[in-house]
Structure formats: structure tokens, C-alpha cells
Design a protein around this ligand. Structure first.
Ligand code: HEC
Length: 130
């Protein structure tokens, strides 16, 4: 009896926590125009210089399934922390962000009016199918 009551209380407490965090985070997705066309264009030049020798765009088609449902921040961070393999972290935050905008545009996501910004909400954007 008491055991069931406690279980019910625990379940309802965790449900309210879940709803509270969903409401708080206001998550959006990469389909919501999260980068500008100018960022994607700038990202293309940086990409040509720093990434294209090792990865053409087909590379991302191959790994995209894995990234579905994950925060865009994680994708950004893997690139900042590990790429280019011969000199990780060599680019500026803004250059890495432009590269991510370029990759998103090449994956078929729409540009919008909002700047993709490492300092502003990158962790609230989820990668989903285009
Ligand atoms: C000298 C070659 C080289 C360069 C330059 C390079 N990469 Fe990579 N990259 C690799 C290798 C090797 C791997 C790991 C093996 C794989 O997944 O193919 C990798 C993996 C990745 C991954 C997958 C990471 C994961 O955990 O899923 C991404 C994304 C990526 N690179 C993006 C970039 C971007 C963006 C740039 C330019 C800033 C870049 N790479 C530059 C060689 C390179």
C-alpha cells in the first residue's frame, strides 16, 4: 500500500520535472532557420581550406543518421575539439560555427534570419531529419 503510494508520488514528481524542463528549454530544430545564408557562404570558404581535403559532403550523408535527435551543440563541439585532425581547435569559434552552418545548408536545412551563435542557444537546437 504505502509502497504503491510512494511509487505513485515518485512517478508524478518525475513527470512534473520532465514537463518543467521541456517547457523551460523551448527546444527548436535545425529545420527552423537557425543559421543565415551569409554564415553558410562564409563557412564554405573556411571548409574548402580546412576540411575538404579529408571530407567531401558525402561524408556527412554517411554519418547523419547517427546525429539525429542529438543537440547541434554536440556536433559543433566534436568538430571544434577534434577537427582538423592535424590541428584541432585551430579555427575561431565563429569559423567553426560558419562551417556548421555550411554543412547544415548542404544537408538541406533552410537558412533563416537568426545567426547561429555559440554563445546563444546552440544547445537548444536539435538535429532532426531535413
Ligand atoms: C587530415 C584529415 C582531416 C581533416 C583536414 C579534417 N578531418 Fe574530420 N575527420 C578525419 C578523420 C580521420 C575522422 C575520423 C574517422 C571518420 O569518421 O571518418 C574525422 C571525423 C570527422 C567527423 C565525425 C566525428 C564524429 O565523431 O562523428 C566530423 C563531423 C568531421 N570530421 C568534420 C570535419 C570538419 C568540419 C573539418 C574541418 C574543420 C575536418 N573534419 C577536417 C579527418 C580529417
Amino acid at each position: 500500500m504505502i509502497g504503491n503510494l510512494i511509487k505513485a508520488l515518485v512517478v508524478s514528481a518525475s513527470l512534473s520535472l520532465l514537463f518543467a524542463s521541456v517547457a523551460y528549454a523551448q527546444r527548436i530544430t535545425v529545420n527552423d532557420g537557425v543559421f543565415t545564408a551569409a554564415q553558410a557562404a562564409a563557412g564554405e570558404s573556411v571548409y574548402d581550406e580546412s576540411c575538404r581535403t579529408c571530407h567531401d559532403m558525402g561524408f556527412y550523408a554517411g554519418i547523419w543518421e547517427f546525429w539525429q535527435g542529438k543537440p547541434l551543440l554536440d556536433f559543433w563541439f566534436v568538430i571544434v575539439a577534434e577537427m582538423p585532425t592535424d590541428n584541432p581547435g585551430v579555427l575561431s569559434d565563429a569559423e567553426y560555427t560558419d562551417i556548421v552552418a555550411y554543412i547544415l545548408s548542404q544537408r538541406g536545412y533552410p537558412a533563416g534570419d537568426t545567426l547561429l551563435d555559440r554563445q546563444n542557444g546552440l544547445d537548444n537546437i536539435d538535429i532532426v531529419a531535413p
